[in-house]
Design a protein around this ligand. Structure first.
Ligand code: FE2
Length: 443
């Protein structure tokens, strides 16, 4: 209808009759404009045409002379705007593309007055794809259909059964529909209704009778706004996913780097194959039984993996010597604690990571090395690694002996509790052994 209003413009003929002062034909044509303008909601233009028709009827040439040009300009302006809105006469490609994009935009108009649905259809149908529903119930049914895609809902406030407020409440409560922008259609001029409408989630209001220019502008603006919001939300989602993936990658890289370092030690010390991973595993079991948090358990696992890292700095001849070590050689072996702490101290991301390396050979009674600290002076993580380290030493083959029987291992923890080991963690290890009747815990 709107397109017809534009394509069947009578402006040229009206101008012709105006110039010829043919008031009879002039009156017939402005009468026609009066009706068609009203049908598309161009109320002011219709009013102007009506006044000119009356003037022509009463031969009021003066009035026509004074008002014809204003009317002609308004008529021309409206037809041009309609042309622009529908992408008519556009030679440039962007306008064509925009028209295609608009045609893929689905608008649902919900109104219990069939006349309003027809008017909305004729005003918007050339530009957008229009669906209609005569009630809130019909609208919800249509929106819930599989494959339904709706970009915008024009929702009448005053309807017989459910009103617009009832419908918007249902829309906003449904996660699949809550993002669709809603514009209320209203004949009210009540500010409270508008306030309530915005509170309920409406994005805008369009008043009836529809004024095509305003209606198209508002719909275009809301669609654009919604498109921008959606793009922004998608961008935030994309960036968050990227950051999470990156974080995960970095964590994986850290884990793998630590494991590689541990393997590097084991490549040097052929009798301790898998030692670091087993110590890390036992230390984690002890930490868990001691009620430590997941994060602390993760930390002690890493500390366990790296506790012997200092062996990298010990000569192979000393490290792999099968006969009894001299005092000097043993002194060299002992330095793996301080060398390890030195290697790890620059890892600022995990403060305290060097504690396990430096103090896992300290004894609870103060007779250990390298610093001879005792009791609670020894960091808790190092006291745990000490127990885990001893368990692995006793439960794996050495060059000079076989795996110790489980009862002997248990007895060692009982015997050395309070001297070599913190009694608290020795007790936990004894409990772990008691819960392992088939001697399966050892790797
Ligand atoms: Fe060690």
């Amino acid at each position: 209808m709107v397109q017809m209003f534009r394509s069947e413009s009578k402006l040229d003929e009206i101008e012709k009759f105006y110039e010829a002062k043919d008031l009879k034909n002039y009156r017939i044509l402005v009468h026609s404009v009066k009706s068609t303008a009203l049908s598309i909601g161009a109320v002011p233009l219709s009013e102007q045409a009506k006044a000119l028709e009356n003037a022509a009827k009463s031969d009021d040439e003066k009035y026509i002379e004074e008002n014809h040009h204003r009317f002609a300009e308004a008529y021309k302006e409206i037809t041009e705007k309609i042309g622009a809105a529908f992408g008519m006469g556009g030679e440039d490609k962007n306008a064509d593309e925009k028209a295609d994009e608009d045609k893929n935009t689905n608008i649902l108009v919900v109104d219990d007055n069939p006349m309003n649905l027809r008017v909305a259809q004729s005003l918007l149908g050339k530009k957008y794809t229009i669906n209609t529903a005569a009630s809130g119930e019909d609208a919800m049914k249509l929106l819930s259909e599989d494959g339904n895609h709706t970009d915008l809902i024009l929702l009448d406030i005053h309807m017989q059964d459910e009103d617009g407020f009832d419908v918007i409440k249902k829309l906003k409560a449904d996660s699949k529909l809550s993002d669709i922008p809603v514009i209320f259609l209203t004949a009210d001029d009540d500010q409270n209704v508008e306030t309530e409408g915005f509170k309920a989630g409406a994005m805008d209001f369009i008043r009836k009778p529809f004024i095509p220019d305003i209606m198209l502008q508002r719909i275009g603006r809301i669609l654009e706004l919604h498109r921008l919001q959606t793009n922004l939300a998608e961008e935030v989602k994309r960036q968050t996913k990227y950051a999470e993936e990156r974080k995960e990658r970095m964590e994986r890289l850290s884990r793998e780097t630590v494991l590689s370092l541990a393997k590097a030690v084991e490549a040097k010390d052929k009798y301790t194959n898998g030692h670091s991973e087993r110590v890390a595993h036992y230390a984690r079991l002890i930490a868990e039984k001691a009620g430590m948090s997941e994060t602390e358990q993760d930390d002690i696992y890493i500390i366990g993996l790296l506790h012997d890292i200092g062996k990298i700095g010990i000569p192979d001849t000393v490290l792999n010597k099968t006969s009894k070590l001299t005092d000097e050689e043993f002194a060299v072996i002992k330095t793996h604690t301080t060398i390890g702490a030195e290697i790890l101290k620059n890892i600022t991301e995990m403060p305290g990571i060097e504690q396990g390396a430096r103090w896992h050979h300290e004894r609870y009674d103060g007779n250990g090395y390298p610093d001879g600290i005792k009791g609670d002076e020894i960091p808790e993580f190092a006291r745990i690694i000490c127990v885990a380290d001893a368990y692995d030493a006793m439960t794996s083959t050495r060059s000079y002996r076989d795996i110790l029987p489980q009862e002997k291992v248990r007895a060692e923890f009982v015997r050395c509790s309070g001297t070599q080991f913190d009694p608290k963690f020795a007790d936990i290890m004894i409990e772990l052994i008691d819960n392992d009747p088939n001697y399966k815990m050892k790797g």
